[in-house]
Structures are given as structure tokens and as C-alpha cells.
Design a protein around this ligand. Structure first.
Ligand SMILES: Cc1ncc(COP(=O)(O)O)c(C=O)c1O
Length: 373
């Protein structure tokens, strides 16, 4: 197509542009860590933990090796045990449910809302049983689930409440961030996230000193001090080089999220009257950080292919709900159990929304999608 011949493909991500904006500070930070000889935990990690927690209104931050470990150790720190049931969404990255099963607990799914793709609190209430010990909402695509309502449900039943904020760095809903109302909130710093490391990384935020202490010990083989082990844990310490990179990028995060919101605002306007391109609902557009800007379209594979032919690369997060994955077979679900999640998996299309898109790119995405859908 001539469009592709003359114009570069608009990609879902532009890490080169991000590096250019951050400049030499990133390389200098890495060099500083190399020269320090302190490669694991240490001052870079401690200062990142403090600042990231502060920005989310949380008292404590405990850096981990990945967002997956943050979920696994977060569940353990809240006292979830093998055999416990944990209520969560079937429409997320597999890690959410995988973390529950990894510790021997059982993922019990509740459907999502059709318009926002967030965990449906009515479905959560309907799924409560005596075996449930924890609720694990996911702040999908960068907007928070209804934490006020989930907090009330958890309090009434004395359940744990762990938030998966892997896609929700600095997102706000009802004035609160991930980690503020839950017993703990987890984040991923996989390089594609709104705040990404230069490798793997994660963190758990919480308000309670005992939970934070638990997390610090769990990430370090249950060790409150050198060669003292009071429980079984693992090695999930955040690397100093990752923390140093995150310290360099963190001051940019608010501006990057603002630009994502600006781009999302233009998409919202452009698709408002379209019958064929239906954006998901933003429950609190000012606090949404648009890790993904997601629309629903019919005949998604054809639309995605035609977008690509015209130089617009899109993503599908996620093409299959977790309960229908092969790995989920033993949890006993079947097609038709969660109609909203299953319909979303067939229809969602995620548009480029990264902060380095130019206005002309945004216009091209809009025109292309309206033309082909
Ligand atoms: C919703 C969700 N939960 C958990 C994770 C796992 O994070 P990580 O890849 O850092 O282990 C991810 C990241 O891909 C995610 O998107």
C-alpha cells in the first residue's frame, strides 16, 4: 500500500523515543550502579521504593523481581494458603490467575463488566463462599476497579484484598491509587508498561508495616537478618540497575500518562458517533492512565489485518479469557461461563496510545480505523 511505502508504521510502543527523551541519564545511572558494586537491593532500590510508594499515597513499597512475583508474594503476605479460593477476573494476563494457582490456592472467576472490562462487583458478591479468603481485582488497561465497593465487600467478610496494578501506574479512581485501599497493590515494570525497567521488575505497595515486613522477608528467603530464616520464602529481590533505571524514568511518568490521556481524549471524540468502533467505558477518565486504549469491533481479525496493511499496528489484549486456556482446565470452567469476558476476548482491539505519538499519528490511526471497520 502506498501509505506504508511513504510513512512509517505506527507501533503500539516506541521505546527508542522514550530513551531519547530520558537522554544520557539512563546510561549514567547504570554506570553509577556498576561503579558502586551494590547490584542487588541497596540505596537505589530503597529510594525507588519510597518514592513510588509516596506517589501512590502508600506507606511502604517492597521491590520484587517481577510483577508476577509481586502477586505471588502479595498473596502469601496476606495469608492466602494452599486450598483457599481467590476471586478474580477471567479477563487479564494469565499471571493474575497463575499466581493464585502457583501457591496452591484456587482461582475462582467472576465475570467482568461488558463496558469497562473491569471485575463486576455484583458477580463477586454472588461468588462468595466460605472457602474464599481473598479478592484479587485487576486494574485492566490502566483504570481502577471499583475499590470502594470491593473494600466494603472484603471488610464485611474479613477477606484479603490484593490489587493487580500491573497496568495502572499512578492511575486514580475516586481519589485513590492502587495500593491505597487494598491490603496491598502490585505493579509490574516489564519494559512495555507505562513505567518500565530495562529488564524485569515489580513492586508491592501497602499501608501496613506488618504486611511490608512480611513481604521483605518473603522476597529474601524468609530472612529477617543474615542467615536467620523464620519462614520459607524465595529470592525475588529487585536489582539495583533496574531500580536506578526506574528512578531516572519515574519523574517522567506523570507527563507520559498525561499525554496518553490526551491521545485517548482525541480517540474518544473521534469514535463517539461511530457504530462500528466502540471504545470501552472510562469510569474516571481523568484518572485512567491508558496502558491500553481499547475499542470493540466486529470481525476483529479482518480489521486488525487491514489496519496493519495501512501502517497501523494494533494489539489484542487478550484473545482468549483465562478460564478457556489449556492451563485452566483443572479449574473446571467451560465456554459460556463468563459471557462478557468471552465477548471481549473476541472483539477487543488495542490502539497505539503511547506518549510519543505525534498528533498526525493519532489522526492517521483514527482515519484508518474508521475506514476499515
Ligand atoms: C495484569 C497483569 N498482571 C500481572 C503481570 C505480570 O507482570 P510481570 O510480567 O512483570 O511478571 C502483567 C504483566 O505482563 C499484567 O499485565
Amino acid at each position: 500500500m502506498s501509505t506504508v511505502d511513504t510513512q512509517p508504521v505506527i507501533a503500539p510502543l516506541d521505546l527508542a523515543a522514550e530513551r531519547a527523551e530520558v537522554g544520557s541519564a539512563l546510561g549514567e545511572a547504570v554506570q553509577r550502579v556498576v561503579a558502586s558494586g551494590q547490584y542487588v537491593l541497596g540505596p537505589e532500590v530503597a529510594s525507588f521504593e519510597q518514592e513510588f510508594a509516596r506517589l501512590h499515597g502508600c506507606a511502604h513499597g517492597v521491590g520484587m523481581a517481577s510483577g508476577t512475583d509481586a502477586l505471588v508474594l502479595g498473596l502469601l503476605a496476606l495469608g492466602v494458603k494452599a486450598g483457599d479460593h481467590v476471586l478474580t477476573t477471567p479477563f487479564s494476563f494469565f499471571a493474575t490467575a497463575g499466581a493464585i494457582a502457583w501457591i496452591g490456592a484456587v482461582p475462582r472467576f467472576c465475570d467482568v463488566e461488558a463496558d469497562s472490562a473491569l471485575l463486576d462487583c455484583n458477580a463477586v458478591e454472588a461468588a462468595l463462599t466460605d472457602k474464599v479468603t481473598c479478592i484479587l481485582p485487576v486494574h485492566l488497561y490502566g483504570q481502577l476497579a471499583d475499590m470502594k465497593r470491593l473494600r466494603a465487600i472484603a471488610d464485611e467478610r474479613k477477606l484479603g484484598l490484593l490489587e493487580d496494578g500491573a497496568q495502572a501506574h499512578m492511575a486514580v479512581r475516586d481519589g485513590i491509587h492502587c495500593g491505597e485501599l487494598g491490603d496491598a497493590g502490585t505493579f509490574s515494570f516489564y519494559p512495555t508498561k507505562n513505567l518500565g525497567a530495562i529488564g524485569e521488575g515489580g513492586i508491592v505497595l501497602c499501608q501496613d508495616e506488618d504486611v511490608a515486613q512480611n513481604l521483605r522477608q518473603l522476597r529474601d528467603h524468609g530472612s529477617p537478618g543474615k542467615y536467620v530464616h523464620t519462614r520459607v520464602g524465595t529470592n525475588s529481590r529487585l536489582h539495583a540497575i533496574q531500580a536506578a533505571a526506574l528512578n531516572v524514568k519515574l519523574p517522567h511518568l506523570a507527563g507520559w500518562n498525561d499525554r496518553r490521556r490526551e491521545v485517548a481524549g482525541r480517540y474518544d471524540e473521534a469514535f463517539a458517533s461511530s457504530a462500528s468502533v466502540r471504545p470501552l467505558t472510562s469510569v474516571d477518565a481523568k484518572g485512567h492512565v491508558y496502558h491500553q486504549y481499547t475499542v470493540r469491533v466486529q470481525d476483529r481479525e479482518r480489521v486488525q489485518k487491514r489496519c496493519m496493511e495501512q501502517g497501523v499496528a494494533t494489539g489484542v489484549h487478550y484473545p482468549q479469557p483465562i478460564h478457556l486456556q489449556e492451563a485452566a482446565a483443572e479449574w473446571g470452567y467451560t465456554a459460556g461461563d463468563f459471557p462478557n469476558a468471552e465477548a471481549l476476548a473476541n472483539e477487543v482491539l488495542c490502539l497505539p496510545v503511547h506518549p510519543f505519538l505525534k498528533d498526525g499519528d493519532v489522526q492517521r490511526v483514527i482515519e484508518t480505523l474508521l475506514r476499515v471497520s
